[in-house]
Design a protein around this ligand. Structure first.
Ligand code: FE
Ligand code: FE
Ligand code: ZN
Length: 166
């Protein structure tokens, strides 16, 4: 695809994120089902709800830009999810499995944070202020989800995982 402007690159990354979010929508329920920590399951389920909102915000943005909401396969998200699945397929002790779920979920969040931070900044630069505002809202929710996962890991899951296999 020929891209000659920052605007083209901006749209390209919005499409990548749109596809990534849709992949996450499919993957999160399986992760949530595998949790043994109730707190972790709840956090993932809440984030699944938020992720539906992220998809909708991107659709609003495509609409504002006069474009059809269309994704472009995000190879990176496919890889992150694939790696997580491979890890889940290993024979993990319950408490260790929860630590692995947090590991995978935080890789997803960090990838999203990088993408949303970039498109938010480009949107501002391009004078797309309403789009920038919507992207900032999603970025804030990704950060909150990531912080919540850190808190669950540090307050409970890592300790339980340390106790496993002794
Ligand atoms: Fe998201
Ligand atoms: Fe991507
Ligand atoms: Zn997310």
């Amino acid at each position: 695809m020929h891209m000659e402007s920052l605007h083209d690159l901006f749209v390209n990354e919005l499409r990548d994120l749109y596809n990534a979010e849709n992949q996450i929508l499919k993957a999160l329920p399986k992760l949530a089902k595998s949790c043994s920590s109730e707190e972790l399951r709840q956090a993932l389920e809440e984030h699944l709800e938020q992720t539906r909102g992220h998809v909708e915000r991107l659709e609003q943005i495509f609409d504002k830009l006069g474009l059809k909401a269309r994704g472009k396969k995000c190879e990176a998200m496919e890889g992150i999810i694939e790696e997580g699945k491979d890890l889940m397929d290993e024979d993990l002790e319950e408490a260790v499995l929860d630590a692995a779920i947090i590991e995978s979920a935080q890789k997803v969040e960090h990838y999203e944070m990088a993408g949303y931070g970039t498109v938010r900044t480009w949107a501002e630069r391009l004078g797309c202020h309403e789009e920038a505002e919507l992207l900032q809202q999603t970025l804030d929710e990704e950060k909150e989800a990531d912080d919540k996962l850190t808190q669950i890991a540090e307050s409970a899951v890592n300790l339980q995982a340390m106790g496993a296999g002794r």
